[in-house]
Design a protein around this ligand. Sequence first.
Ligand code: BDR
Ligand code: CA
Length: 315
Amino acid sequence: MKKIILDCDPGMDDSMAIVMAVKSSELDVLAITTVNGNYPVDVTSTNARKVLELLDRTDIPVARGMANPMIRKSPSDPFTHGRDGQAEAYLPEPAMELSEIDAVDMIIQLVKENPGEVTLVVTGPMSNVAMAMQKAPEIKGMIAEIIAISGAFGLNQYAFLNATGDTPQSEWNVYVDPEAAKIVYESGVKVIALGLDVATYFDVNFSEEDIDALKASKKKEAAFLTNAIQFVNKRGFDAYCTVIDCMAVAYAIDPSLVQTIDAHVGVETKDGLTLGMTVIDRRHHFVWEHLPVISVGCKAECGRFLQLLLELVLK
Ligand code: BDR
Ligand code: CA
């Protein structure tokens, strides 16, 4: 089993990412660490615990993380995950306690206890991971890899059509904390950035049979997903919005789902029109060699991804 820490900001799609990760027999979820992003960190920490209670997996610790981005104020999200941050499912308030140590220390501790073995699956702004790297730089050489929903690289039409940050060509997780993304991209750790190019799409979607199977299921997580799909549809969005973050978990389970390219990438940290852009340098000549090289998702097998997702939700 692959050991992972799921660092997230639930969020309806983060909630579904938790469902997938916890139910997968391929993954050993050592901890869930929460961060400010879609909602303030108290809300995301509550929501993570609500999902674990729904799955009856309160043995997995939840550690609360950074309440703010590294150096800037948190922006407000133009897209809504509903009043509760979970598509207004209003799951029961959690009884399980938060971990006594915070997310940054939890990441440091677990990575040190399992050197070379822990994959960080990051589905929120990278504030916790960047802070952990600043606080304990020695962990950088001990992280197996980082799989993140991060960036919009312009490799296909979806990247910018579906741009989630509040600038025309940025992705929300990078837009919220671009300084954190820059630290992580430049850390030397293997980063696989699954941007909006591969984590959002219009043309592959749940079929009527899929929706019927979800509705027929007695699983609470199936009802959660059905409600989330109805919630986004009512607001004029497509169902993929409910499962964006699931692509990172799916990749952790089966990397053959997404093709990647290695490329130099810079993160824009200047305010204004381009804040949060992830600029890929693929030029034949004069490439900026000083930009870090990361792996960027360029093509996803969306059909197989949805199949895996549904298998796990219905399991
Ligand atoms: C990201 O933005 C958030 O709203 C989602 O949870 C996802 O992590 C996509 O840009
Ligand atoms: Ca998220």
